[in-house]
Every structure is written in C-alpha cells, then in structure tokens.
Design a protein around this ligand. Structure first.
Ligand code: RAM
Length: 354
C-alpha cells in the first residue's frame, strides 16, 4: 500500500457528517448510518453467520490468462463451500474500461460481494463505489484499487520485490544490467512490486545491478514476446530480464529459448510452474517464483463472505477463518496476506501442478 486507503477517509468523513447532521437536527444518525459505505465501520461480530446464497462475483484482470483461471477456480471452491452463488465476469483484454462494464453488470444483478483484480487503481472506483451503495462488499485481490474495503494480497509487496531482486542478482552473478518486462502500465500489483524492487536495489549488496529499462507487454502473449525481442535489440548486452507477470515471463522465456541469447540472458520473475516447466527443463530459466494462485482465490472468497456477513469490517487486528486455509488476520490498511512466495527451480518444479 503506497497511500492511505480512501475507506478510512470515507469513515472519517461520514462520522463527521453524522455529527454535523445530528447537531443541526437534519438526517438522523440511523439514516446516515444507512447511507454509510461498508468498510471498517461498526464492530466486527466474529460469530456472525455467513448467510447461504451470497452472490459473489469474481472479476479478474482478464479472462484468457491461465493464472486467472486457477485463481478463480479457488474462488469458486470457496463460494461452493459457503453455499453461495459464484459468477466470473470479465473480458479478454486487461483494461479498466471493460471492468467498469462488468462491475455495473454485477451490481445490477444484485451482487453481495465483488472480488476484483483491478486494471487501474482509480478508474474502476466510481463504479465500485456505486456497487457498494447498492449493497456489495468490495474486495480487491491480486491487484488492488484505491476504493476497496479489504485487499487480499498474494504476499507482501516488499517480499515479492525482494525475491525478484534476489533471483536476478543470483542468476547474473551479482553484477550487470537487467530490464523489467511488466504487464500493463497501470496495474497496481506490478507497479507496487516494481517500486519495491527499486527500493531493494538501493541496498549496498545490489550496488552493481543496474535496471536499464522497463517495458510493458500488456499481459498479451504476442505483445510480451515482441517486447522481449525489442529489449534485446535495444540492449544487446543485457544480462537478464525480470518479468513480474505469468504472461510476460512465459513469452520472454519462449523467445530466449529459441534465440542466440539462450544461456546468455537470464529470465526470471513470476510464473506458473506448468507454463514454465519446459523452459526450466531446457535450461532457459534457472528459477522463478509465485504463490499458490488457487489459494489466493479461495482466501478472497472467504474474506469477501466474512466481510459481507460482518465477521470482519476491514479493521486491523480482526481475524476470520478461511476454510481449509485456517485463520487469517486483517493487517494494516485492510490487507489480508496469503503468505510468502515459493521459488521454483529444476529441483522442485515437478512437485507442483498449477
Ligand atoms: C499475471 C497477472 C497477475 C499477476 C501474475 C503474477 O498473470 O498480471 O495480475 O499477479 O501475472
């Protein structure tokens, strides 16, 4: 989280409004409370029942991404366990514009919980705010927006940034140049990880690593492949590439595996073991990282239902149980963290099937 979450501001603003209207004899406190947004208002009731039949809508960044399919399969499992109604909504391009349509559709269909991986931290907010007014609890997962009630983060941004820097440093021998092949320019998650990497790069230990370029493949396989090709044209002596996106790293590895740069240019970042296995086996890629995407979706489903039911409100220190994954605590700024990423290499990649 780089900035304070507006829900806190909203809370302060609405509390102020309640005081003012009460003092002026206008709207009653009850009326004002009815108009209030969800978020960390009121007190959590850890024993609140999760009602059956909750309509829980999952909006990934885009649909045709193997990563989102696994995440949302986890979400669907959670919703099934909770006897809710799972709907996946989205388009094939990772854009905020298309997400706005799907947010509005979910809201019109009476969604109780919208779980969204935002393509832009702000552009989706007016429609999310409307959906909240219409009764939906708003959960960010994978990539947050500035107006969510809680955010289910795959790991801490700092830890992901540090893992990425450690991997590239090890793979290019602690010194040299590297570039970043990212997803979309506005993606909250990739931008937070890149910012975290830049911070880690200022540490003494990484003084000989130089980040020379950042390019965007827009989580499109062909565009990412072409951006990788372009990077090698602009920086023929590049030592490595970090791609913090499952789409980007697979495309980058495919390009390198078939090129004169194989064995010369390190490719690392965040990928799924199933997409990366062939590139680890053919020695294009030494190591990369990820969390368990299915668990991310599953946790988001439980977190959303718990929020809607009032078991949590999004305030720091609250806890809830996420089915088979056990207990989680709401951290600062309404963040719920799945856990540390796993690093995959030739020794362990066959132990994973996602
Ligand atoms: C891509 C998407 C997603 C990100 C993963 C690592 O699939 O950009 O948001 O979390 O990569």
């Amino acid at each position: 989280m780089t900035e304070p979450r507006p829900r806190h501001l909203l809370l302060a603003a609405s509390a102020f409004a309640v005081l003012m209207t009460a003092a002026c004899g206008g709207t009653t406190i009850d009326d004002a409370e009815e108009e209030e947004n969800s978020g960390p208002t009121g007190t959590a009731d850890p024993d609140a029942e999760i009602p059956e039949g909750l309509k829980i809508d999952f909006l990934p960044k885009q649909l045709n991404n193997p990563y989102s399919d696994i995440v949302n399969a986890g979400g669907a499992n959670a919703v099934e366990e909770l006897n809710g109604e799972f709907t996946e909504r989205g388009g094939t391009e990772p854009t905020a514009d298309s997400q706005v349509e799907y947010i509005n559709a979910a809201s019109q269909a009476g969604s109780d919980v919208i779980v969204i991986a935002a393509n832009d931290p702000d552009a989706v907010c007016p429609s999310l705010d409307q959906a909240r007014d219409n009764g939906a609890a708003i959960v960010g997962y994978d990539s947050d927006a500035n107006c969510t009630d809680i955010f289910v983060n795959q790991s801490s941004d700092e830890l992901i940034g540090r893992t990425l820097v450690e991997m590239i440093s090890e793979q290019i021998g602690g010194e040299g140049t590297f570039a970043i092949l990212s997803a979309t320019p506005n993606a909250t998650n990739q931008n937070s990880w890149i910012a975290a990497m830049e911070e880690v790069l200022t540490e003494e230990e990484y003084a000989d690593l130089e980040l020379v370029d950042t390019v965007y493949g827009n989580d499109d396989d062909l565009q990412s492949f072409q951006e990788m090709q372009g990077l090698m044209q602009s920086h023929p002596d590049l030592d490595g590439v970090v791609s913090p996106t499952t789409v980007g790293i697979a495309a980058a590895a495919r390009y390198i595996s078939d090129s004169e740069y194989k064995g010369e240019v390190a490719i690392t970042g965040l990928g799924t073991p199933n997409q990366m296995r062939e590139f680890v086996k053919d020695d294009t890629v030494e190591a990369f990282a990820l969390w368990n995407p299915e668990e991310l979706g599953y946790l988001a489903g439980y977190a959303g239902a718990s929020l809607k039911a009032g078991r949590i409100t999004g305030a720091e220190g609250e806890s809830f149980t996420a089915g088979d994954l056990g207990e989680f605590i709401v951290e600062e700024d309404g963040e719920i963290v799945l856990g540390p990423p796993t690093v995959f290499d030739a020794d362990n990649i066959d132990d994973f099937d996602f």
